[in-house]
Design a protein around this ligand. Sequence first.
Ligand code: HEC
Ligand code: HEC
Length: 330
Amino acid sequence: MTVAWVFSSVFVSGADRASETPPVWAYGTDPSAAAIHGKSEPAAKDRLLHLPGTDLAFTAAQIQDHFHPADWYPGDHPTMPDIVAHGRPPQVWACALCHYPNGRGKPENAAVAGLPVSYFVEQMHEFRDGQRKSADARKGNTALMSAFAKAMTDGEIQEAAEYFARIQWTPWIQVVETETVPKTRTSVGMYMPIPGGGTEPLGRRIIEVPVDPEGTETWRNPRSGFIAYVPLGSIQKGRKLVANGGSKTTPCALCHGADLAGLGPVAGIAGRSPSYLVRQLYDMQKGTRKGTWTELMKPVVRNLTEDDMLNIAAYTSSLRPESGNSSRRR
Ligand code: HEC
Ligand code: HEC
């Protein structure tokens, strides 16, 4: 399933746009960051792993099985349809492998819990029809999404959409403003702190890491969330852009709902992974994500710089629709 395409932008770079090179911090695609330094010892293939709060145990191989990934907490979610739990060999992997049985997903993929059914179905069609690609051709898991969507029947797409729509999205990303971050490596596009690796300046990036690195990487613990390190002051700057748009953009609440938790068929953007959100804003500006409904987002993203996208995502990901803003400074 190799999907390689050549993407050449038809846009000319201007002062009020993001640069032509996708921000690697959002895409996790820097090959040098994928080097195996500081990687924890892989668990022995046949050793059973345990997690708190469940009697179930799985081996590392079972946890990563593309067609039968571990379901640690079956009580946390409704009964999964076959396509979500097992996919359909050989082309379609289990959705639960990457998005987790509870749909919360990880920064390098997407939170799909609570998405409106019609929006979800539309996205699958866009992946299928080549309307939704990554601006960074090295991002292989976006290409995998297209391959899955191409192989799926309308019935399977509908079942998956209805399943994930039944689960309420509960944010689990803690947004922290900071100047320094742990040094990181990437694991298939996800940033992982290097144990004993020290710190480095964050600069104009957002770095999202698991709260429990081993629990997420080896165990795929679907109850263990993420920390997003964002630059000092970015949340406040983002809040302004989102609320009034200024001369740059349109207030987001108009279409995404007063608390940005979604409105009708429009997906929520509150409390979601900032790396994911920046990839979408960037992909839409560069035109690699260009579905039917993307038309409505075109004027929104047209004049945003990479830094504007960063600030917007820092703010929206810090929102907690029920309880207000729960971000903190350190
Ligand atoms: C190999 C990992 C992987 C598997 C397995 C997977 N996905 Fe995805 N999915 C992704 C990635 C990566 C993205 C985000 C792409 C990006 O950021 O460019 C995504 C995005 C999505 C989105 C878009 C969400 C949004 O908010 O627009 C939907 C819908 C989706 N996946 C549905 C599914 C379904 C249904 C299945 C099972 C048939 C599935 N995925 C299996 C990796 C995966
Ligand atoms: C005029 C209506 C409208 C406005 C205003 C708007 N959006 Fe959207 N937004 C949409 C629609 C419709 C989609 C779905 C696009 C698609 O299907 O490709 C969307 C999708 C998105 C997505 C992708 C969601 C996902 O799950 O992949 C992000 C991120 C986003 N918008 C951010 C914003 C931000 C930030 C603002 C304000 C600066 C904003 N939007 C303002 C209509 C709007």
